[in-house]
Design a protein around this ligand. Structure first.
Ligand SMILES: O=C(O)CCC(=O)C(=O)O
Length: 291
């Protein structure tokens, strides 16, 4: 798709502020969508079943792969989708960060996830400024039947976090494959139940304000030499851009020292050769060891 124009970016950001969520249709070009789906198939082959064991909150038949910046190059492009970043700048302010990237491939028969907020991890009293904004990438159609994300409209303005034991009146984030949905961190939501007989294939690419700690330890999980090979925009949102004085090395852009420190490395990380073979140990799935 064409990047959103400034007026369109403002309209999406306003809708997020009003309702807690918004959708951009046709945000993922068909070739890009297929490339991401092929990469998910590759992950299924090398780390079967996802990177975390089945659990009630994250799903019993939902496959979630993480640490994606150590996988195919396509994830580096997913993280910096131009229209997404333009909207996030309005929602989270200058200096926002990539917080965590994961897949959310909800399998047939999955029950609805508990209603929660993505910024609950920070335990800030509400109301508070926007701390988090999640983006849901629909790689297949999001319908009630496939398990479209359920949302409580306007809950981003509530003065308390949701109670996991309660049920809420929700609306489904229905959108065709190729769309991206934004869900601000204070909006009550959860993945829907999937009774469609097929997967609901999606990504959750989550961003936070520059003053918050990232949920995934991206700065430690990726080899510094590899990070130095990334697009500067991706480096910025990993935490290399100074945000209101925070994040410096010698009071300068940290990339200056990173270049001196790691610049002679070619970005190769020998650990990556054995990373997939540790999958069974990480997920306690000894029957699924791969090489
Ligand atoms: O997959 C979805 O629809 C929502 C995912 C979500 O809210 C979560 O995993 O925290």
């Amino acid at each position: 798709m064409q990047d959103l124009k400034p007026g369109e970016v403002d309209a999406v950001a306003t809708e997020i502020e009003e309702n807690g969520f918004a959708i951009i249709e046709n945000a993922i070009d068909e070739d890009f969508r297929r490339e991401i789906c092929a990469e998910i198939e590759r992950l299924e082959a090398v780390r079967p079943g996802g990177d975390i064991p089945p659990a009630p909150f994250t799903g019993l038949v939902t496959r979630r792969w993480f640490d994606l910046l150590n996988d195919g190059e396509v994830w580096q492009r997913v993280a910096v989708h131009a229209s997404v970043l333009a909207v996030l700048e309005k929602v989270l302010g200058d200096g926002f960060l990539l917080s965590t990237m994961g897949t959310a491939v909800v399998g047939d028969g999955e029950e609805a996830q508990a209603i929660h907020c993505d910024d609950q991890v920070y335990s800030f009293p509400r109301p508070h400024p926007n701390l988090v904004c999640n983006t849901m990438w629909a790689l297949s159609d999001f319908t009630e039947e496939t398990g479209a994300t359920r949302l409580v409209k306007g809950s981003n303005r509530f003065d308390h976090d949701p109670d996991f034991t309660k049920s809420y009146e929700t609306v489904p984030l229905e959108m065709p494959a190729g769309s991206i949905g934004f869900v601000v961190g204070s909006c009550y939501h959860g993945a829907g139940a999937n009774s469609s007989g097929r997967d609901r294939s999606a990504l959750t690419i989550n961003y936070c304000s520059g003053s918050m700690r990232q949920q995934e330890n991206l700065m430690l999980g990726v080899h510094p030499g590899r990070m130095m090979s990334f697009d500067p925009i991706l480096q910025d949102i990993l935490g290399f851009k100074i945000c209101k004085g925070a994040g410096h090395v010698f009071a300068q852009d940290p990339r200056l020292e990173m270049e001196r420190h790691y610049g002679d490395l070619d970005g190769a990380d020998r650990y990556l050769d054995q990373r997939n073979s540790l999958h069974a140990e990480r997920t306690s799935r000894p029957d699924q060891a791969t090489s």
